[in-house]
Design a protein around this ligand. Structure first.
Ligand code: GRF
Length: 202
């Protein structure tokens, strides 16, 4: 049984997409072992609790400095003996020690076609830049910001009448498709990483 931890900060619709895929049997031999947020008010925590999944909050705000948080965060993660860590809208920088320890086992969903528009509000960056195609990316997490090897991407058109919200909503639909699909591929051990290149085995 693959033990998956999902890190969240917001509404948790990507978490929900993974939960739904597991419940539907699209992702097999996998359990969402724990959901962790830095935001005690994150609705994603409610989604986890409704699903009977351990949900906890740990925030840099609760520690005297970032090093203390980083150590506590990694120690907490280690308690769950996770095979895969999914960052689903998690707005806290992952400690370098955790990236090293869990190399190749941390994936992130980013609402842009990387390497374009890294960082926050990628949707707004795309809209303001005037691109005609936007989208989302699932990638492995490395020491950079949104720079790890790309696993899967999905594209959406940017329409003349788009607002930030309409574009973000169109991208989110695709996020809910590719993130569970990557978890499924990971669970089936069908991902091969060679440098920056990620291949999906049939
Ligand atoms: C998504 O748009 C994701 O790409 C971004 O944060 C948002 C999380 O949404 N990183 P949700 O909490 O999964 O609904």
């Amino acid at each position: 049984m693959l033990r998956v931890g999902v890190m969240v900060s917001g509404g948790g619709t990507n978490l929900q997409a993974i939960l739904d895929a597991v419940d539907a049997g699209k992702i097999t031999d996998t359990e969402i072992t724990v959901v962790i947020s830095n935001n005690p008010g994150a609705y994603a925590l409610e989604r986890a609790k409704k699903h009977g999944i351990e949900a906890l909050c740990i925030s840099p705000k609760d520690y005297e400095n970032r090093d203390a948080f980083n150590e506590a965060f990694l120690n907490k993660i280690d308690e769950y003996h996770l095979d895969l860590i999914v960052l689903a809208g998690f707005l806290v920088k992952i400690p370098a020690a955790m990236i090293e320890k869990y190399e190749g086992k941390i994936i992130n969903i980013h609402p842009a076609l990387l390497p374009a528009f890294t960082g926050l509000d990628a949707q707004g960056q795309a809209l303001n830049y005037g691109v005609k195609i936007a989208g989302c990316t699932v990638h492995f997490v490395d020491a950079g910001m949104d720079t790890g090897p790309i696993i899967m991407q999905a594209a959406v058109p940017v329409l003349d009448e788009d607002t930030h919200d309409t574009l973000a909503a169109r991208i989110l639909v695709q996020e809910h498709t590719i993130l569970p699909e990557v978890v499924k591929l990971w669970a089936e051990d069908r991902l091969t990483v060679n440098g920056r290149k990620v291949k999906i085995r049939k």
